[in-house]
Design a protein around this ligand. Structure first.
Ligand SMILES: [Ca+2]
Ligand SMILES: [Ca+2]
Length: 87
């Protein structure tokens, strides 16, 4: 994930019950580093949702899935919430 430096990226795993927003969710947070990258390692099989907030300065999220290359476009909606990922 590439962002500007200083954005907060939250990865939420649904946990054993398979539902988000319940007590067994696993939440990990990182702040994007100087190159704007962040990553989460050592993930177990689960459903995951990525959210981005605390954007620095005048940075705004772009629209999701704009352009012809799914490898470089944003998958976050206007509220900074990504789709559910199955790992
Ligand atoms: Ca849960
Ligand atoms: Ca996309």
């Amino acid at each position: 994930m590439v962002m500007k430096v200083g954005a907060r990226v939250t990865l939420r795993g649904a946990g054993h019950d398979g539902a988000f927003g319940t007590a067994d969710d696993v939440v990990r947070t990182q702040i994007t580093a100087s190159a704007g990258y962040c990553g989460f390692g050592n993930l177990v099989a689960d459903l995951y949702k990525v959210t981005v907030d605390n954007l620095p300065g005048r940075v705004e999220l772009t629209q999701a899935n704009v352009g012809g290359n799914d490898n470089i476009d944003s998958d976050l909606n206007g509220d900074g919430i990504g789709c559910i990922l199955v790992m």
